[in-house]
Every structure is written in structure tokens, then in C-alpha cells.
Design a protein around this ligand. Structure first.
Ligand SMILES: Cc1ncc(COP(=O)(O)O)c(C=O)c1O
Length: 368
């Protein structure tokens, strides 16, 4: 085998996003053991940074060793099981995944299906939840597959009114969009590292409200998954530091530095920068004749822009031309949106005015 030499790409897709040089550098540092006091210092720095991006003072802020789907499975498996009803608001691919996990973990799953490109309103959520009376309610904050941003309170308010626990997939929002988990009424929130935090994939941050922690402590039957049993994880990361699994040290170094960059920029400044770049991108791409997939501007994710594939355009050829000419990687649609939309990410180090200009020019040239 010759030396590894990955192609240089500009990651303007829905994730993974571009990784900053300081994060790469952190990944070259010597690893320590997974029980070394230095590792737990790094872990505490990570928790501090995560509180800032989740917008919470929750005492339970932890990290699952695995990608966003691992956080999703941890959230489902620790709070949902046989004899319980899980309601899922489904407006795209990833909410469908939560519903499937709920079924696999033995819950009765009821879905509120929304037209693609739309979010649930509080009136719809109230009517549905009052009728179904689930124990747990799950939704996706920022649905990557469609570019739709869900207002959490529209779901969490009626969910809490019937005494249900709420789970929010924050995989696409963490690090680039405000979440404010407690004000948003979210009991269980999970994220990833490879989108708004601009780190490599591999870890899934998770936070629990005090009410969710109480549920966890009250469990008498262990969770159906061992690896992502949050009670066991607590014994490793807090208190006794009892061995649970060999934490991926290098990924934690990367996440620590990624979060340090976010905090140095200022969390609110970072959110504001993403909003500005999104607005400029929309202005320029619409001026070039493209149409946004999500029609209500207030319901658009600011970091992932879903755009209709114009009539007569070959999306696969167009994306290939962007990669071949400029190394620009944008996303397509999948499932029922395959070949119907492009998904353009503007996240982290790539979310700058110069990049918006360069990207729109390249898209206008290559998409045909
Ligand atoms: C909203 C959402 N949820 C869950 C996932 C799954 O995350 P991962 O691919 O990191 O397992 C993704 C991945 O893109 C996502 O966008």
C-alpha cells in the first residue's frame, strides 16, 4: 500500500463539514489511556463546551462513542421500551429512523406524518398528542433530509401537558443553531460532531433534563442496549471512573478543540454568522433563478439549504462537475427526494462571505 492521499474536497454538503486545521492538529497528539486523569480533564472541557452549544446548565451532559445514530439509539433505548407508546413527528428520513428504532426496542410507535418541506404546528401537535397520549414524544429539530427546522415548543408544550417525556434529534443543529434545550422543553437531546461543530464524525453528545435523569434512575429493568446504557456510562465518566469501554481518545481531542474554536468565536456570534451566510446564499441563489425547497423562510435550517433541482437539469452530472472542476462536494436528496433536491451546507470554517460568492458562481456554472 502506498501512502494515504485523500482528495481535497470543499465539504459544502449536509455533513460531514470542513474540519479546521487546529482540530486536525489535535488529532495528531499522543493518546493517553482511557482511564488516565488527563483524559477525564479533556472530557470535562468537552462537557463545558457542550453546555454552551446545547444552551443548558443540565448536570447530565455526556458523550456517546459513536456517530449521531448512536446518540439516537441511546435516547430511544434508555427511555422507550415494551409497554410504552412512542409518538414520532415524521417530516423526513431521520425521524423515520427514530420510529424504526422505537419499534425495534419494543414500543408501540405512532407517527404524525408531515408533508416533506413542512414542520408541525402546535395545533396539529396538540390534537395528535391529546388523542394518542404517548409516554414519550420524539422529533427532529433540524431535518437534514429536507432542510426543515422544527419549532421545538410547538411539540414539547403539548407533550408536557400530557406528562410525556420529549426527545429531540439535534444532530444538524448542534454547534451552529441555537437549541436552548431547557427553554425549548427538551428532556433528551442528542447531536453529532461532524456538522455544526465541524469535527470529524465519531461522537454523539447527549444531554438530559432533571426529569429525564429521574426517569433513568427510576428504571428497574436495564436498558435493552448494553453499550449505550446511560446508567453504566455515568459510572465510567463520573464518580468511580469504572471502565466501560475504551473511549476513542483522539476523537475527544478533536471535539475539545472544535468546541474551543466555537467558544473563542462566541456561541452567539457563531449562530449569527451562520444566519448571515444563509441569508446571503438564499439571496444569491434565488437571484440566479433557483428555488428553495422549504417555502417558509422561518422554517429553513440556516446551515443546510435544500434547493429544487431545476427542470431539465441532471443532478448527478451537475454534482460530479462541481467535484471535478472545483473539488466542491454538495449533497443530493434521498428516498422520495432523490434527484429532486440539492442540499448545500454552509457550516463552520466554510461559512464565509467569500465562500458563498465562490460557491454560487460554481453552482451556476456547473448545474445544468
Ligand atoms: C438529523 C439527523 N439525525 C441523525 C443522523 C444520523 O447521524 P450519523 O450519520 O452521524 O449516524 C443524521 C445524519 O446525517 C441526521 O442528519
Amino acid at each position: 500500500m502506498s501512502n494515504l492521499n485523500p482528495p481535497r474536497r470543499l465539504l459544502f454538503g449536509p455533513g460531514p463539514s470542513q474540519v479546521a486545521p487546529r482540530v486536525y492538529e489535535a488529532m495528531t497528539k499522543s493518546i493517553v489511556g482511557h482511564l488516565d486523569p488527563f483524559f477525564f480533564e479533556v472530557y470535562e472541557d468537552v462537557r463545558t463546551g457542550l453546555r454552551a452549544v446545547f444552551g443548558t446548565q443540565n448536570s447530565f451532559v455526556q458523550v456517546i462513542s459513536g456517530t449521531g445514530s448512536a446518540g439516537m439509539e441511546a435516547s430511544v433505548a434508555n427511555f422507550v421500551g415494551p409497554g410504552q407508546k412512542l409518538a414520532v413527528f415524521v417530516g423526513g428520513f431521520f425521524a423515520g429512523r427514530i420510529a424504526e428504532m422505537g419499534e425495534r426496542h419494543g414500543a408501540t410507535v405512532v407517527r404524525f406524518d408531515m408533508p416533506l418541506g413542512e414542520a408541525a404546528t402546535e395545533t396539529q401537535a396538540t390534537e395528535f398528542l391529546n388523542r394518542e397520549r404517548p409516554d414519550v414524544v420524539a422529533f427532529v429539530h433540524a431535518e437534514t433530509s429536507t432542510g426543515v427546522l422544527q419549532d421545538p415548543l410547538a411539540i414539547t408544550r403539548p407533550a408536557h401537558a400530557i406528562g410525556a417525556l420529549t426527545i429531540s434529534d439535534c444532530v444538524t443543529s448542534i454547534g451552529a443553531l441555537p437549541i436552548n434545550v431547557n427553554a425549548a422543553g427538551i428532556d433528551v437531546a442528542f447531536g453529532c460532531t461532524q456538522k455544526g461543530l465541524s469535527c470529524p464524525p465519531g461522537l454523539s453528545p447527549i444531554t438530559l433534563s432533571d426529569a429525564a435523569v429521574e426517569h433513568l434512575r427510576a428504571r428497574t429493568k436495564p436498558s435493552s442496549v448494553w453499550y449505550m446504557d446511560l446508567k453504566l456510562l455515568l459510572e465510567y465518566y463520573e464518580g468511580a471512573h469504572r471502565y466501560h469501554h475504551t473511549a476513542p481518545i483522539t476523537s475527544f481531542y478533536a471535539l475539545r478543540e472544535g468546541l474551543a474554536l466555537v467558544c473563542e468565536e462566541g456561541v452567539q456570534n457563531r449562530f449569527d454568522r451562520h444566519v448571515r451566510m444563509h441569508q446571503e446564499f438564499v439571496r444569491r441563489i434565488e437571484a440566479a433563478g433557483f428555488r428553495m425547497f422549504v417555502t417558509d423562510p422561518a422554517r429553513r435550517i440556516t446551515t443546510i439549504n435544500a434547493i429544487h433541482v431545476p427542470d431539465g437539469v441532471d443532478p448527478v452530472k451537475s454534482r460530479k462537475a462541481l467535484v471535478d472542476k472545483y473539488g466542491i462536494d454538495i449533497g443530493g436528496g434521498y428516498a422520495s427526494l432523490a434527484n429532486k433536491i440539492f442540499r448545500v451546507g454552509l457550516m463552520g470554517p466554510l461559512a464565509t462571505m467569500e465562500n458563498v460568492d465562490m460557491l454560487v458562481d460554481a453552482m451556476v456554472e456547473c448545474i445544468q
